[in-house]
Design a protein around this ligand. Sequence first.
Ligand code: MG
Length: 164
Amino acid sequence: MSLIRIGQGYDVHAFGEGDGLMLGGIKVPFNKGFVAHSDGDVLLHALTDALLGALALGDIGHWFPDTDEQWRGADSGQLLQAVYAEIKKRGYVLGNADMTILAQRPKLAPHIEPIRERISELLGCPTTAISVKASTTEKLGFVGREEGITALATVLLMQRESQA
Ligand code: MG
């Protein structure tokens, strides 16, 4: 395998009843929640998929099937950590991650820094390796109609030996 590997991830969750959104490992206050088998953390799901994708290890649904009762209401932070442990077991560490959240509402600007900090904490990496951006879709499409949220993630993995 090469010294560096790239991965991308994409996820969508629809809004439903609730009083907040799990997003990037923190609870963002909102007058809705996510419809999901797990906690619906669309950003951590995209990031987890990107990590898996970088080593061609399939996707989050393969590792944690939503048909499995074990993962009902699952903490996506734990799923992310379990996947990152697999990545490290295979000799790779995260170089950096760049993520974009598409949401018409809620306003995410005040939550970006806490999300970056939470993700670096979950992965045990510096916050400078974690980029999180947010954008609206100018009221277009399902995001614009405030039916849900989309997240995209790109990661770079480096082979551990190459770090020195
Ligand atoms: Mg998901």
